[in-house]
Every structure is written in C-alpha cells, then in structure tokens.
Design a protein. Structure first.
Length: 209
C-alpha cells in the first residue's frame, strides 16, 4: 500500500530498568525505574499516535524503511531500493512543517514505541502539494494508512492547501483504493503505467480516529 511522490530520532523512549549486577548499589540508594511510555492499557488498545516528523527523527525513518518488503519499497519509490543513501535520507528528513510536512504513526508494543508508517507532503504551489505514504508491511490492514492520510488532510487544510496529488503505480491498486476512500473527489490520470491521483480537500474532513 505504498505510493510515491517525485518531489523531495524517533528515539525509542524505552528506558532500561537496572538489573542486578549492572551497577553496584550504594548504601541507602534506591534503584529508580523509568516507566515505559507504552502502558499496558496503550498496548491493549493498539491505537496509533500520529505526530509530526522532525529532522531529528532519523530512527523513525529508518525503522519504517526497514519494515518495508522489497516489493513495498518498489511500490513506494518506483524503483528497487535496498537502502537509503545518505543524501536521500537527508532529503526525507528535510521537513519544515509547512512546505515540507511529514507525519509518523507510532504504535505501542510490549517492546516499546514502534514507528509504523509515514505520510508526507511537499508543496508544489500556493494551494497544491504532492503526497507520499508508506506503512510497514507488518502493520498493513490495521487502518494506519487511512489514519495518516486523514490526519494529513486536516493539516493540509490548515496550511491553506486545496489539492493533493500522488503518483501511484497502476499495479498498486490497494494504494489507489486507500486514496479514494479518504479523498473520493478528484480526477485520476494515467500515463506510462503511473496514475496521477488528484485529491480535492473537502472543507470539512471526517475527524481523525
């Protein structure tokens, strides 16, 4: 369910509790334990948190990329991509929250927070932007792509945008269905095996889940 656009550290905040023998305990010292940011309730609910990606979120970017199969990477980037070059990685982290905005979905697991997907837009005009999305394969069919796109739609509207476009490989029917389920209004053009999907942003979108 990956799509690509042609324009250009989630630090896993899980503190390790001390184990016996790690550091000698001094007399009168009480060992401090830092609670995991993923409570048992959050793990049971399994509701992703969507937040803005920052230039310091290289770990989140790497985690989502590592979660993509070779097929998903091909659908997302329109080419076989085994790793992110330093230059391309820097481009993907070059976000300013306005002309280049990215959102990351984080899910809680027993091991701690996990970056599950990223959606991004790059402004191409006063009211237009290109959009791209990727969701780790293990997180498919859990509503994460829809949540990311819906949240991005709200942010795009706040930024004064009225149209989003995405370039989707014609064979990537799940991505096309996802876009049309969130943004049903707008034309789709096909050329050389690539679908250019135009999404008109409604004045009021359904609130994100």
């Amino acid at each position: 369910m990956q799509v690509s656009a042609h324009s250009p550290d989630l630090v896993r905040a899980q503190a390790r509790a001390g184990q016996p023998g790690d550091i000698p305990r001094q007399r009168g010292e009480t060992r401090r334990r830092t609670a995991s940011p993923c409570s048992r309730r959050a793990i049971r609910r399994a509701v992703p948190l969507v937040r803005e990606l920052t230039p310091r979120d290289g770990a989140a970017l790497d985690e989502v990329f590592a979660g993509l199969s070779p097929r998903s990477r091909y659908l997302r980037f329109h080419a076989p991509l085994h790793q992110l070059s330093r230059r391309f990685r820097a481009t993907l982290l070059d976000v300013d929250g306005r002309d280049r905005l990215a959102l990351v979905a984080v899910v809680c697991t027993a091991e701690g927070p996990r970056a599950a997907g990223i959606v991004r837009l790059a402004r191409t005009g006063p009211r237009e932007a290109e959009v791209a999305i990727e969701v780790a394969d293990a997180m498919h069919r859990q509503g994460i792509g829809r949540l990311l796109l819906t949240t991005l739609g709200h942010r795009a509207t706040e930024l004064g945008l009225t149209h989003l476009t995405a370039e989707v490989l014609a064979e990537n029917t799940p991505a096309l269905a996802l876009f049309r389920s969130v943004f049903p209004d707008g034309p789709t053009r096909r050329a050389d095996g690539i679908l250019t999907v135009t999404c008109r942003l409604a004045a009021v979108l359904d609130p994100p889940v």
